[in-house]
Design a protein around this ligand. Structure first.
Ligand code: PGA
Length: 254
């Protein structure tokens, strides 16, 4: 972490939890993280939990995210969700381009770019995910893959938009596998992403962008990952489903 960037910890709940279950976890979480001001704490629940959670998080320091957002304001796009639908319930941080969306639902950098731009235009702060597959890492292609994803997903953003956007580096081989990148492996790619931002935008912009690490982040490995200079937070799947575990990860950042 770097004292000039506020760490951001986001829990990606994927297709887990009914609204009632979500309310129970976030009620406990908000008590656990009450008073923490030096890190941002975000929950990205299933869309169906957003109405109930918007009431639960009101006045607390837990913020709401979402797991995707479409680029059109409305229309015939079965299964998609619009910025207005998310804003109605106070969503601030929509995740776009998660590797599961890319792998299983055919999302592309061009589409991710449109989703990110729509979120920004609506005053939200997208969390843009990138990361290589195991075979790509083993073939020495990590930087090529990440460069293509970063360049394509962030194409055409203004410097102001870039500063508002969060990047999540999530090596696909570390997601849900219990196999985390070592702090050194994470730092190496985070530094590479920041160097890309210097060339795509400028040094001042790159220095302000928060880059989260994701992939099997747990209470017992969070501190070491977050101690790396270019790791500015975490995008957490499995360990964010339990209030105490996610709170421990948030606390590891302060
Ligand atoms: P994980 O998921 O923490 O369960 O590995 C991370 C993610 O997919 O964002």
């Amino acid at each position: 972490m770097n004292p000039n960037r506020t760490p951001i910890l986001a829990g990606n709940w994927k297709m887990y939890k009914t609204a009632a279950e979500a309310v129970a976890v976030v009620t406990e979480l908000k008590a656990e993280v009450a008073g923490i001001t030096k890190a941002e704490c975000v929950i990205c629940p299933p869309f169906t939990a957003l109405p109930a959670l918007s009431a639960v998080v009101a006045g607390s320091n837990v913020q709401l995210g979402a797991q995707n957002v479409h680029w059109e304001k409305e229309g015939a796009f079965t299964g998609e969700i619009s910025v207005g639908m998310l804003k109605e319930f106070g969503v601030r941080y929509p995740v776009v381009g998660h590797s599961e969306r890319r792998q299983f639902f055919g999302e592309t950098d061009a589409g991710v770019n449109k989703r990110a731009k729509a979120a920004l235009a609506a005053g939200m702060r997208p969390i843009v995910c990138v990361g290589e597959m195991l075979a790509e890492r083993e073939a020495g292609k990590t930087q090529d893959v990440v460069r293509t994803q970063v360049t394509g997903s962030l194409a055409g953003l203004s410097k102001d938009d870039m500063v508002t956007t969060v990047i999540a580096y999530e090596p696909v081989w570390a997601i849900g596998t219990g196999k985390t990148a070592s702090p050194e492996q994470a730092q190496e790619v985070h530094a590479f992403i920041r160097s890309l931002l210097v060339s795509l935008f400028d040094a001042a912009t790159a220095a302000k962008v928060r880059i989260q690490y994701g992939g099997s982040v747990k209470p017992d490995n969070a501190k070491l990952l977050l101690s790396q200079p270019d790791v500015d937070g975490a995008l957490v799947g499995g360990a964010s489903l339990k209030a105490k575990d996610f709170a421990a990860i948030v606390k590891a950042a302060v």
